[in-house]
Ligand binder design. Structure first.
Ligand code: HEC
Length: 137
């Protein structure tokens, strides 16, 4: 009888040890857990420089799809003479992009350096001018 109780105690101790080991092992295999409050930004996967920053700050208004105020406004402005999507433009220059971003226009807000750093804006400008052969980079 005493022997049986001892084995039960040993078995449950082992079970606790195994259960305790599991969360650690799972953490190493799976992705790093993120807080619910962390903004999920797309991770770069070989896209051109500035793509990720553009998605973060601009695509919400200048992206493709329904109801994007930037895309809609540029559709109205150019009426097909230039693509409504900034990403498809071939005429943008870094200077023009930076002027619009730092000053804003119409419903487009201006972005301070504390919101979009100079380095991030450089990257966005490089991305949007990647198809402009004449833009000095
Ligand atoms: C809140 C929505 C919004 C956001 C965010 C936004 N824009 Fe805009 N943007 C607009 C609208 C609307 C216009 C068109 C204004 C007009 O001329 O009526 C515009 C115009 C522009 C233009 C002028 C294009 C042209 O040919 O006239 C550039 C360049 C531009 N945006 C770049 C950016 C970049 C780069 C970002 C990200 C850093 C950005 N915008 C973020 C709404 C936005």
């Amino acid at each position: 009888m005493r022997h049986a109780l001892l084995s039960i105690a040993l078995v449950s101790a082992a079970a606790v040890a195994i259960a305790g080991a599991r969360p650690g092992a799972a953490q190493q295999e799976g992705p790093t857990p993120k807080s619910t409050w962390t903004t999920q930004t797309p991770k770069s996967q070989g896209e051109p420089r500035g793509y990720v920053q553009y998605q973060d700050y601009c695509a919400v208004c200048h992206g493709a799809g329904v109801g994007k105020p930037g895309t809609l406004a540029l559709q109205q402005k150019y009426k097909g003479a230039e693509p409504a999507l900034l990403e498809d433009r071939t005429d943008l220059t870094p200077q023009l992009i930076k002027t619009y971003v730092r000053n804003g226009i119409s419903v487009m807000p201006f972005f301070r350096k504390t919101e979009i750093s100079d380095a991030d804006l450089d990257a966005i400008a490089a991305y949007l001018t990647r198809n402009n052969k004449r833009a000095a980079k």
